[in-house]
Ligand binder design. Structure first.
Ligand code: TMP
Length: 308
């Protein structure tokens, strides 16, 4: 068996370790694995970010598109306007010097303007279908297997994204071609009028910094919605009783996705996609497990096999 050498001491991680996997504190991880395993699958839930976590960061040498990025309104002027907003606000999103309070206001502003342009410029469900069909987007290898294993064990997956729920659902429909009853999507959800035109967005805007708020509390108002991927069967009250969490994200901010939960044990997995040398130390501190180089999901599946 290989040994993971990233912590000060060396522990055998037989059955868990894969290439591209870095563990900062092996002993702590082993304790968490043992605790989750002892509690059983009925106590576990998975909370996952979507873009660049379930999907690949790079596709044939190019950055994979996000749910926002892939959307073509069928009105090039509005696609251009949204791109201009991206060019203005994206550097703000990733600038570490801007205080969080100020940044939160600016992110609200960005999401508000983008949603406004989507409504104003016109968007139909057919635009969504075509955009997804043409998108440079792919799931990490093994994502479907991961969903299947979780379904077999009745473990729910909450996909929490500051992107667009309707797009994520269409990606699942087109790329997976079967539905999973254990998947729920918490993201910005569109409202279409009787003619099939986008008329508004539902509920509170979920932007990158609001992912720090209560994921599950935000999910509840969406319970009455037209079903996610053929209708979820997720019961939020029961969900809150699942006090062990496997969290998957690609930004340190994604750790906030479990804030709404009074969890007992959480194993956090971070996919470090960019600026690996600069960020590895902070990712190792923040996440229990870090995967590098656009790793497939096989490492997470191995880890899961130790948990349930
Ligand atoms: P998330 O998928 O990690 O939750 O974050 C959503 C990303 O979407 C975020 O990094 C910024 C990006 N975004 C766009 O690309 N275009 C937009 O119009 C908006 C509002 C966000």
């Amino acid at each position: 068996t290989r040994i993971v050498v990233c912590s000060e001491r060396k522990f055998s991680m037989e059955g868990i370790e894969t290439e591209n996997m870095v563990v900062g504190d092996t002993l702590s991880l082993q304790k968490k694995i043992a605790a989750i395993r002892a509690a059983g699958p009925s106590k576990l839930q998975v909370i996952a970010d979507f873009d660049a976590t379930l999907t690949k960061y790079n596709i044939n040498g190019q950055r994979g598109q996000t749910s926002h990025g892939l959307l073509q309104q069928g009105n090039p002027e509005y696609d251009r306007k949204r791109q201009e907003l991206y060019d203005h606000y994206r550097p703000i999103e990733i600038c570490p010097e801007i205080p969080i309070k100020e940044k939160t206001k600016l992110m609200e502003e960005w999401w508000g303007k983008t949603h406004g342009l989507l409504v104003e410029g016109g968007l139909t469900f057919d635009d969504i279908r075509k955009s997804v069909a043409n998108a440079r987007m792919a799931f990490r290898e093994g994502v479907i297997e991961l969903f299947q294993i979780l379904e077999e064990k009745n473990v729910p997956i909450l996909i929490f994204s500051a992107g667009l729920a309707d797009i994520i659902e269409e990606v699942l429909r087109q790329r997976i071609q079967r539905s999973f009853k254990n998947i729920e999507i918490v993201s910005n959800r569109m409202v279409f009028d009787n003619e099939g035109n986008l008329s508004a967005f539902k509920g509170k805007t979920i932007h990158v910094l609001i992912k720090n708020e209560h994921a599950l509390d935000m999910a509840e108002p969406l319970h009455d919605k037209v079903g996610a991927v053929d209708g979820p069967d997720i019961d939020y009250v029961a969900m809150k009783q699942r006090t062990n969490v496997l969290l998957l994200g690609d930004h340190i901010g994604d750790l906030g996705m479990s804030d709404g939960l009074d969890y007992e044990t959480r194993i956090s997995v971070g996919f470090l996609n960019d600026k690996v040398n600069e960020s590895l130390e902070s990712y190792k501190k923040a996440f229990d497990v870090v995967f590098l180089n656009d790793a497939p999901m096989s490492g997470v599946i191995n880890l899961l096999s130790q948990l349930i």
